[in-house]
Design a protein around this ligand. Structure first.
Ligand SMILES: [Zn+2]
Length: 318
């Protein structure tokens, strides 16, 4: 704890000084010590955790048990009648349920980079579809799991990743931009690494959703201090534009994981520890619940009120 250093940063969009305090909170995900404040730039509205742990010391808040590293391990495919049934039903299910969690533009396979590839499950999925894939991953352990699958992975933050041999047709980052110390610099770097006309697809939490208004410091997707920036559709567009990207569409995700896990924090704080923990663990074990909750999630997504969004942006053709 003593080894964690904090730094003060101005708004990364270059606005004149002037922020307001939104709230203070602590690490609820892993229960690690430290109190952190979220502030909002008075000029552009972008929210950030400030002061924040420095790039050199933030590793303390990413223990090896950090769930996203474990969830993305590639599972051995099952075989037998039930898996054959799944193969038949899959396209049908995909046609009905559009969760928008990792929704991609329709593209012919080419070169893809995943920023924050964790243990490599998404790289693997895309490679099976004919994509030539590469990754960047901050966690040594997770990156090792991904490179063991045979993929080229830069171990370390995006900031230190070397320029690729060839530019990319598609760059993705699932729930990763909010973790970057220098999101605008990172987006600029990705813009340089993209072919003209290439796509960038990112997902981030949406702090403008009713979930945040309802749960405030208990909102599951707040995740201080690992979430350094807290985007709204508007501030996400501003950040992308500042780095040269043209925003095409923002999809609101149709899952309610944040909502349910946030309710778990409320229960736990009120003494219902067992029941609360079950709901907090929901995002990691939602399974078929995603399908049952889909109608409600779909309804909320219409007005942009679910807690996560997926953006499609493009590099200009010339
Ligand atoms: Zn600003």
């Amino acid at each position: 704890m003593d080894s964690i250093r904090r730094e003060d940063m101005p708004c990364p969009l270059g606005c004149p000084p002037g922020d307001e305090t939104v709230l203070s909170g602590s690490d609820r995900l892993n229960g690690l010590p430290g109190e952190f404040t979220i502030i909002k730039c008075r000029t552009c509205g972008l929210m950030r955790t400030n002061p924040r742990p420095t790039p050199e010391t933030i590793g303390f808040y990413y223990p090896d048990t950090y769930a996203p590293y474990l969830d993305t391990r590639v599972q051995q495919p099952a075989s037998g009648p039930s898996s054959r049934m799944r193969t038949i039903l899959k396209p049908l299910v995909k046609g009905v349920f559009a969760f928008n969690t990792d929704r991609l533009p329709p593209l012919a396979p080419g070169r893809m980079l995943e920023v924050g590839c964790a243990s490599g499950a998404f790289l693997h999925r895309m490679a099976l579809q004919g994509w030539q894939v590469e990754g960047v991953e901050f966690s040594v352990k997770a990156a090792l799991a991904a490179s063991r699958l045979g993929y080229s992975v830069h171990v370390g933050p995006l900031e230190t990743a070397p320029e690729p041999d060839e530019p990319f047709d598609l760059i993705v980052g699932w729930m990763v931009m909010e973790h970057l110390h220098d999101p605008i610099g990172g987006l600029r770097k990705l813009h340089e690494w993209a072919k003209p006309g290439a796509w960038l697809v990112l997902s981030v939490p949406n702090i403008e959703s009713f979930e945040f208004s309802l749960f405030k410091g208990k909102w599951y997707a707040l995740q201080v201090p690992t979430h350094l920036y807290h985007f709204t559709p508007d501030t996400l567009r501003r950040a992308l534009r500042a780095a040269g990207w043209e925003v095409e569409t923002i999809y609101h995700q149709r899952i309610l994981s944040n909502l349910i896990a946030s309710a778990g924090y409320v229960l736990r704080d009120n003494g219902y520890v067992g029941a609360g923990q079950k709901l907090i663990d929901f995002p990691e074990h939602a399974g078929r619940w995603h399908y049952l909750l889909y109608p409600l999630a779909w309804l909320l997504s219409l007005s942009g009120q679910t807690g996560r969004m997926t953006v499609w942006a493009r590099k200009a053709e010339r």
